[in-house]
Structure formats: structure tokens, C-alpha cells
Write a protein that binds this ligand. Structure first.
Ligand code: HPA
Length: 315
């Protein structure tokens, strides 16, 4: 009897170990389990898709960027002021997700800014548009395969911290990703990064210091804050904002955090600057997309100063 118990234990242990080591998610035969575990992500297929995107871009330009710059809503005009080497609409790259939101143009711009070779993602796709979370970070992953080792992420946020004002900038020094799916779920893409990624210092302190210095020299109000990402597209309820505040969030937005995670997975340096376009729900009358866009447009000039200053001074 003792032997039988030991054998059962050994078999159970082996089964558990095999489960941990397996490349792909395993599902039991039980119907209930099958219904719950539904992972539709194949790392090899996804990587092949990335390579096809890179190949199509390479047919149009041999530009190798050092930096990827992701422009958020209303900030697209920045791209008009740079020295463009090549420009490719997302829709010309088969397999690339195309944004459906007004204010998110959707072009990949290869350019030089302040002596740095930059690929600008002018417009991004969001989870709320219905894209799989892996698709949301696909453009960023492509920029890394093209050569970018640093990413500068920009976005619009609502301020949860009552000390912030509309038009202020926030340097993200930490984040809360717990309310959106991780872009790293599913089989790991070993060619891009490790299975388990440390997020203790997701944002690059050297780059943060440069942004703060540039902001100080130009009298641009900037805070250090923690951003929480939601799926959107609805803005939050006042009670959700209270909850986020109690969790330690200073701002809330519908992008950027998942891109930060994918970038860190690939070992990229990340600098993330948000523009406060409105006070969060319950802290002002009502929130509208038009207000978010118009506040972003108002902040565009100061935003350009920050990004150009960062690019100029970074090594
Ligand atoms: N909530 C979420 N995302 C946002 C907001 C907001 O208040 N403002 C700009 N993006």
C-alpha cells in the first residue's frame, strides 16, 4: 500500500513538472477546463509575421533606427517638423494592425531628429479597438527588430493626482498593469526575450533625468508619477478612480503600459512621458475625446521641446 502511494505521488510530481516545462499551454480533457483555457497564440507564427513585416519595410528603406518614438493622440503634428527619410503607411505593411481611431494617423516615419536615427510610430493601435494584445504591441516589436534599442512612449492621460493640472506632463516612473491583459501571455517568443521579466525598474532613470532637466530649463511643469492602464474605451467611473488612487496611481490612460512591458521583454530602454489632458472622472464635470484631443494639441509645442531635448541629450 505504501509503495502504491509513493508511486502515485511520484507520477503526480512528474505530471506537474512536465506541465511546467511544456512550451505550449496544456489543457485537460475535461470540458469545463477546455472552455476556460483558450490561448490562441503561436510564438513561431507570430515571429514569422514580425519577420514578414520587417522584410516588407526593408524593401522600402534600409534605415536602421536607434530610437523608436511612439506618438499618442493629438501629438501627431510633431512628425511634421522632422527631417523625413522614408514614410510607410501602416496599411502598406501586410500583417500590421491599422488604427481605427480619429487622431491616430497610422504611419511609420523614418527620420533624423537632433542627430538621432528615429523611427516614429505616428499613431498606435489600442486594445479597445478589438485587437489581440499581441497585435497591440506588434508595431513596437517590429521597430526593435529594425534596430531600435530605446523607446520613447508618449500618451494622453487623465490625472488622478489632485496636485496635477491639465497641460502638465508626467514622467512615468512605475505602472499598474493589473487591469489589462499582459502582452507576454501565451508561449514565450524566446528569440525576443525571457519568459519571466523583471519590472523593478521598467523606466530608464538616465532618460528620466534628461527629460526633467529639459523640462526645468524650459519652465515646463513635469511630475514623476505612476500610471494605470485600463482597457477603455469608456472613461472610468468616479469610483474606479477612487480605487486607482488608493492603489497608488497618479494617472490613467488606455495605452503605454503594455508597450512598456513588451519593450522590457525585448530589453529596450524605456522612457515614457504622459500629457495630462483632463482630470480623471469625478474630479471634473465630464470627459470627452474632443477635450482629450484639444488639450493634447495645446500641449504639442511643449511636448516637442521635451522630446527633442531628450533625443538631443541621450547617448
Ligand atoms: N482615462 C483614460 N484614458 C485617458 C483619459 C482618462 O481620463 N484621458 C486621456 N486618456
Amino acid at each position: 500500500m505504501k509503495k502504491l502511494v509513493s508511486l502515485c505521488l511520484a507520477l503526480a510530481l512528474m505530471a506537474a513538472l512536465c506541465g511546467c516545462a511544456a512550451d505550449k499551454p496544456q489543457t485537460s480533457d475535461a470540458a469545463t477546463r477546455d472552455e476556460v483555457v483558450e490561448v490562441d497564440f503561436d510564438a513561431d507564427d507570430y515571429y514569422a509575421r514580425l519577420e514578414r513585416c520587417v522584410q516588407q519595410i526593408r524593401e522600402k528603406t534600409d534605415f536602421v533606427p536607434d530610437v523608436a518614438l511612439v506618438l499618442g493622440s493629438g501629438l501627431g503634428d510633431y512628425a511634421d517638423s522632422v527631417k523625413i527619410v522614408a514614410e510607410i503607411p501602416y496599411s502598406d505593411i501586410q500583417g500590421f494592425p491599422v488604427s481605427t481611431v480619429a487622431g491616430h494617423d497610422g504611419t511609420l516615419i523614418f527620420c533624423e531628429i537632433e542627430g538621432k536615427k528615429v523611427v516614429v510610430m505616428n499613431g498606435r493601435v489600442h486594445y479597445y479597438e478589438g485587437y489581440d494584445i499581441h497585435d497591440v504591441v506588434l508595431p513596437l516589436r517590429v521597430t526593435h527588430l529594425l534596430g531600435a534599442k530605446t523607446v520613447v512612449l508618449t500618451n494622453a492621460v487623465g490625472a488622478i493626482n489632485a496636485d496635477y493640472s491639465v497641460g502638465d506632463f508626467v514622467l512615468n516612473v512605475d505602472y499598474i498593469s493589473s487591469f489589462v491583459p499582459s502582452p507576454l501571455v501565451g508561449e514565450n517568443i524566446d528569440k525576443l526575450g525571457d519568459r519571466f521579466v523583471d519590472m523593478s525598474d521598467a523606466f530608464d532613470e538616465e532618460l528620466n533625468g534628461i527629460v526633467e532637466k529639459v523640462a526645468g530649463e524650459n519652465n515646463i511643469p513635469i511630475h514623476r508619477g505612476v500610471m494605470v492602464q485600463t482597457t477603455g474605451p469608456q472613461y472610468e467611473s468616479p469610483t474606479e478612480i477612487k480605487m486607482f488612487r488608493s492603489l497608488g496611481a497618479d494617472t490613467v490612460g488606455m495605452s503605454t503600459v503594455v508597450e512598456t512591458i513588451a519593450a522590457r521583454h525585448m530589453g529596450m530602454r524605456v522612457c515614457s512621458v504622459s500629457c495630462v489632458t483632463n482630470m480623471a472622472a469625478g474630479m471634473q464635470e465630464k470627459i470627452s475625446h474632443e477635450e482629450v484631443q484639444s488639450s493634447s494639441n495645446d500641449a504639442a509645442k511643449r511636448f516637442a521641446v521635451l522630446v527633442s531635448g531628450l533625443l538631443k541629450n541621450m547617448v
